[in-house]
Design a protein around this ligand. Structure first.
Ligand code: C5P
Length: 204
């Protein structure tokens, strides 16, 4: 079966958690596309050329070691480059249409990578709520972080991701919006599953 669940949204809105839960629930392949940009960002911080780094990326380059504030900022800087985005597009499209179903989360999945996706979600939350979540997640590993600093990073990343010319972050007109500002993540997952169940039932 070919079935794509495309999820976009700003940093720390909960889309990664929703994407992982949907993939586990339906037995679909999951791709966190932010990790691709983070891997390129990390290579650029180490001195690589961004486009070459994107072209040379391998699965070994991906992993949770990329989830730091510095690498997130580097990712959003390389992500404005159309040549970097083009170099990462094919692998994302292949996974989106792989047999057995796929969940992809990122910034341009509904709009650019998989506009044909059967299910589209835009997962968002207020910048303050997102900064609190990111601070809680990262501060144990990085004792120098402050909540204010994390909020500034979130706002700077939003501005760069939403304001860039190429594939800016925007809610697709046909995406269902889930605002997790006042929602427990389990409720967001339940809402997402309910939405996808309706689409699957229509196709059955
Ligand atoms: O989702 P995550 O926070 O890991 O993404 C890191 C950065 O990668 C984002 O801020 C964004 O600039 C970029 N990105 C993108 N398009 C995607 C996924 C991530 O531009 N599909």
């Amino acid at each position: 079966m070919i079935f794509t669940i495309a999820i976009d949204g700003p940093a720390a809105a909960g889309k990664g958690t929703v994407a992982r839960a949907l993939a586990a629930h339906y037995g679909f392949t999951h791709l966190d596309t932010g990790l691709l940009y983070r891997a390129v960002g990390a290579k650029v911080l180490a001195g690589a050329d961004p486009v070459q780094a994107a072209r040379d990326l391998t699965p070994d380059d991906l992993g949770d070691h990329l989830r730091t504030a510095d690498i997130a900022a580097a990712a959003s800087r390389v992500a404005v480059d159309p040549a970097v985005r083009a170099a990462l597009a094919d692998v994302q499209r292949r996974i989106a249409r792989c047999d057995g179903g796929a969940v992809l989360d990122g910034r341009d999945i509904c709009t650019v990578i998989a506009p044909e996706a059967e299910a589209k979600l835009y997962v968002t939350a207020s910048p303050e709520v997102r900064a609190d979540r990111r601070f809680a997640e990262l501060s144990a590993r990085d004792p120098n972080l402050t909540r204010q600093g994390v909020l500034e990073d979130v706002l700077a990343r939003d501005a760069r991701d939403m304001g860039r010319a190429e594939a800016p972050l925007v809610a697709a007109a046909d995406a269902t919006v889930i605002d997790t500002s006042d929602m427990a993540i389990d409720d967001a997952v339940r809402a997402a599953i309910a939405h996808v169940d309706v689409i699957l039932a229509e196709r059955a």
